[in-house]
Design a binder for this molecule. Structure first.
Ligand SMILES: Nc1nc2c(ncn2[C@@H]2O[C@H](COP(=O)(O)OP(=O)(O)OP(=O)(O)O)[C@@H](O)[C@H]2O)c(=O)[nH]1
Ligand SMILES: [Mg+2]
Ligand SMILES: [Zn+2]
Length: 310
């Protein structure tokens, strides 16, 4: 398994589970629980260790070193109280695939989050794979058509989109195939069905799932920690707790269009070259491409919205 390959040294392993102040480390076939060394704890104001990290531990069973990361999927942390500083929250390290999960219904898809996940993945140079699950809830209804057109829109941008149902098993073979090799991170709002998909792929896992609120369709924040699971089919997947908001972190406004793959070919070709923010500037090739129908107006609006946040 890719992520666990480098874990054979005697005091080196991969973080496979993270709860408050405690980390499970897989090293070879064994798993041990570590805390953070004082040095690491006070090194930064955010947690220096994420699932997927390769770490070394000391004789006291504390993580003493985090090896350099290949990449990391981050978001802007929610600010706990007014006046507090936002910081980078690393969701997972050494990631091969970011998998935004949406429910076709219950909860209603919050599509505005999709471009946030994908832009964050692109900025870390991690491929994205879009999953829309609970398709059984909409088959034969008008919502199914709407979902297929959203799927087509993202496929046109070069993303693989898989429609599934943990209930009927539809799409699970395709999903397993797409997840094979490397570390995949499921991200999405609470209740969209992330843990249910894992259970459907690997029934032995028996992860806790919980019905969404019948009136609001909102999830109940059932999964409360990050954990990596390996499946018989060869997938290694991080199940994450439902995320309410996903703020962009560390993305420069000048680079944002590069993280929309369909806009990338035009970057630098506008009248104002790399100085163009692709908004009201004359001679903007991206806006012209939107006008010609080569870039989706929906994605372009999403770009403008995210630009104002960076
Ligand atoms: N009809 C239907 N229901 C599903 C499907 N997948 C999940 N559910 C239901 O949706 C509810 C929420 O599923 P979970 O797997 O707990 O969702 P989650 O994304 O892990 O939620 P958090 O752990 O809170 O982030 C449960 O009642 C599941 O049974 C599906 O494909 N079809
Ligand atoms: Mg869950
Ligand atoms: Zn431009």
């Amino acid at each position: 398994m890719n992520v666990l390959i480098n874990s054979n040294d005697s005091n080196r392993g991969v973080v496979i589970k993270k709860t408050t102040n405690s980390y499970d480390i897989q090293s070879g076939k064994s798993v041990l629980t570590c805390t953070l060394s004082t040095k690491l704890k006070y090194q930064s104001d955010s947690d220096p260790v994420a699932v997927g990290d390769v770490i070394c531990w000391n004789d006291a069973g504390q993580i003493s070193e985090v090896l350099p990361r290949r990449n990391q999927l981050s978001r802007r942390s929610a600010v706990p109280m007014p006046g507090a500083h936002a910081h980078e929250q690393v969701i997972a390290a050494n990631v091969d695939r970011v998998v935004p999960v949406f429910a076709a219904a219950s909860p209603k898809p919050a599509w505005h989050l999709l471009d946030r996940y994908l832009v964050s993945a692109e900025s870390a140079d991690i491929p994205g794979l879009v999953v829309i699950t609970k398709m059984d809830l909409v088959e034969g209804r008008p919502e199914a058509g709407e979902i297929r057109s959203v799927a087509a829109e993202y496929q046109a941008c070069g993303y693989e989109v898989i429609l599934t149902s943990a209930e009927t098993g539809a799409g699970l073979d395709d999903l397993c195939a797409a997840l094979s090799g490397g570390l995949s991170v499921f991200v999405g709002k609470s209740g969209v069905g992330k843990s249910s998909l894992l259970n459907a792929i690997e029934p032995g896992l028996g992860l806790r799932v919980q019905a969404t609120n019948q009136i609001t369709g909102k999830g109940r924040h059932t999964t409360t920690h990050m954990e990596i699971f390996q499946t018989e089919s060869g997938a290694v997947i991080v199940d994450t707790p439902g995320i309410r908001e996903f703020g962009l972190w560390g993305i420069d406004q000048a680079d944002l269009a590069l993280f929309f793959p369909e806009m990338r070919p035009w970057v630098g070709k506008c009248k104002f070259g790399l100085g163009c923010r692709h908004d009201q500037e004359p001679g903007c090739e991206i806006r012209l491409a939107v006008g010609r129908g080569e870039i989706s107006p929906y994605r372009y609006q999403s770009y403008l919205k995210l630009k104002d946040e960076t």
